[in-house]
Design a protein around this ligand. Structure first.
Ligand SMILES: [Zn+2]
Length: 280
């Protein structure tokens, strides 16, 4: 029988928030709500402390002063005076000493997921290098369309990269039917999931814990109820999606997995995920 390694101390953290209408996430409500930039930390028994994404960070404020940064902040306003603006907020607010973080997994290159990368100068970054190369090569207008602010990639990022190629992802029909998967540590503890549609190279994570497994779908949906009902997102949200048909197919695959494997996906900005954050 195959023995899988289990992760310890899986925690959810709020790395700041922006405001947006709940309706844009597929909810029926037109009220504005906070979209928290959730990131995760966990301990692998062999490879130590790891995080998935970083939330916002102090550098986001500088990036907002660029032309594209101003436009993105107009669309997704990030209120002032948030804890993430302090350089030591991960240690003081989340108990994370970045010197002790071995690996930073990057789900995709939107500011609310990579805004704190420069706070990890001693870590190795796990990311899809073809995605970053493509984002860096396109025009400023195209980068805006991708929601990519190059300034958020610190100078040491690529030299400290553990680069994941697209060829690493393969079918894993018996465990996660329909998804392309990469067993990162080769021990079943962390599977990188190709979840196309939301953004270029958008990646989710299957995490094996002691008592259960988590399917962290990141931005494959923003509202669990809307996702479960297959609610159609309004036009601005569809327009902001990198590849709408792929996004719909990814959601359908995740709904099938949820139904057959009884594995509830969690979304980064979904209000239901806040229940996990507050358990800390
Ligand atoms: Zn995103």
């Amino acid at each position: 029988m195959e023995v899988f390694v289990q992760l310890e101390s899986v925690k959810f953290h709020n790395g700041g928030y922006c405001w947006q209408l709940a309706r844009l996430a597929g909810s029926k409500s037109w009220k504005p709500r906070r979209f928290f930039a959730v990131f995760l930390s966990f301990v692998h028994p062999k490879y130590g402390l790891c995080v998935i994404d970083t939330g916002y960070g102090p550098r986001v404020r500088a990036a907002q002063r660029t032309f594209n940064g101003r436009l993105l902040n107009f669309l997704l306003p990030i209120p002032r005076n948030q804890p993430f603006e302090q350089a030591n907020y991960l240690a003081s607010g989340h108990g994370i000493s970045t010197h002790h973080v071995n690996l930073v997994f990057v789900s995709h290159f939107h500011a609310d997921h990579i805004g704190g990368l420069d706070l990890f100068p001693h870590s190795t970054f796990v990311y899809r290098h073809e995605t970053l190369e493509e984002l860096q090569a396109v025009s400023g207008y195209s980068q805006l369309r991708h929601g990519f602010l190059p300034m958020l990639i610190p100078s040491f990022f690529e030299s400290q990269g553990c680069k994941v190629g697209e060829a690493c992802f393969t079918q894993h029909a018996e465990r996660l039917p329909g998804l392309q998967v990469y067993d990162f540590f080769k021990d079943g503890s962390v599977l990188l999931l190709d979840l196309p549609g939301h953004a270029l190279g958008h990646t989710g994570y299957f995490l094996r814990l002691q008592d259960k497994s988590l399917l962290y779908a990141v931005d494959a949906f923003w509202d669990l109820e809307a996702f479960q009902k297959s609610a159609r997102l309004p036009a601005p949200s569809r327009a902001a999606t990198f590849n709408w048909p792929a996004y719909c197919r990814t959601q359908e695959t995740l709904r099938n997995i949820q139904h057959t494997l009884k594995l509830n996906p969690l979304g980064c900005h979904c209000p239901h995920t806040q229940a996990y954050v507050e358990q800390l």
